[in-house]
Design a protein around this ligand. Sequence first.
Ligand code: ADP
Length: 482
Amino acid sequence: MIKKVSKLFKSLKVITFLTDIVIFGLTSAITILVAVSFDKTDLIDQKVKVVKQYCAELSRRLNSNAYLVNSSENTGITNEMSIIADNYDGRILIIDSALRCISDTYNLETDKTFISTEVIKALKNSYGEIRNNSSVEIYYPVGSVENGDDTELKGVIMFSFSTESEADSAEKLGINLLILAIPCLVFVIIIAVFHSRYISKPIKNITVSLNHISAGYVDSKIEIRNFLEFEEMTEAFNNMISRLNSLENSRQEFVSNVSHELKTPLTSIKILADSLVMQPDAPPEVYREFLGDINSEIDRENKIITDLLELVKLDRNNGELHIAMVSVNELLEILMKRIKPIAQTRNVELIYESYRKVDAEIDEVKVMLALSNLVENAVKYNTTGGWVKVTLDSDHKYFTVTVADSGIGIPEESLGMIFERFYRVDKMRARKTGGTGLGLSITKSVIMMHNGTINVESTEGEGTTFIVKIPLTFIENNSTEA
Ligand code: ADP
């Protein structure tokens, strides 16, 4: 149960819904509170202002009619005060300077002594006002400077009146606002339901699409277009899916190529062996010739497997390099020495030229393998009496190895494909030369691991030049950004 509830609170739909409701609830609560409190004080302020104006007018009249000396002759004013006090649901007291109550609209304090701090303060010519919860008391001086009479003060008007009706109307307003808030809340709930659905629906659709793709429909695409962010996200997903698809396609193609390449020498061996079995009386020369062919097919199979293992190792240990400071001059000298015998058997001249001493941070074994493939190819795809020239140079950042030959060259349309696995320009010729179509892919992988570049220029019938550029200092290549 608790798990179910906590899962509910993780739902974007539920959170959006609740946020909408909370925002509306808080806004309306604050609005009602502010409206009610402003309204109440506004109404009371208004009433106090009117009463104060009346007190000022009364004070002037009490003064001019000498009410404090002779109240019994001013019954008109006394009656008027009673009516006004009733109107305001209040009470008016007139107190003289001896603190004697001259007049009381309630007739309770008349002729009695009335002592209060506010009265004493008002007698010192200061206006006083006390606000209670449901009433206000106003103390107004009579015969004050304000009335243009700067003689000694003669008395005080005390006007107390109820503010309950103002509080009531503010309360009524609050209730009305609350009543109005209920249909608004219903409306907001409906909006919140649609809003939360609108927000969460695209995510749900993405999940459905991803499940569809996981179920095997790898060519389907995600199409969500209601928000820019979702659009960007689906675009990124679609890119990822098409990348995975192309990886899967090249993996399948690779597997089928591997099976085909491994099967070819086996098929030849089988045919050769079968023909020997079929002719038990074949002369020893035929046996020798067939066994020689079988032997070279086994060598070929062996070479394919060795290259494949090398390539798989490079793929799997992508980035696993044993970097050390290596003298590239020495590395190339060793390489040239190793290839010399093969070149001699094919009557190809090997030239090595180094423009300067080069030390670089590289994986010696892997770079040796990569460059060997280039030089071996230059010898392999050469013509009798041809040449292969290897040069080494460097600037402050890179070292450059060029392998140029005077061989058969590569047709222009094949130049873009020679680095692909198992690609060979002339399959028949490659078979004769023992090519597997994997050498240049191995070379390219190694150079890429070193953050280097490889370029090729070739003219058919004239020769080919491979240019390899590798940084002198190894830079760790982080494929993921922080
Ligand atoms: P292979 O094992 O067949 O040599 P590679 O991957 O090393 O495989 O080379 C791919 C193809 O590129 C070769 O089959 C060949 O046709 C072509 N090629 C590579 N190097 C040269 C070169 N120096 N001259 C002419 N063709 C070349």
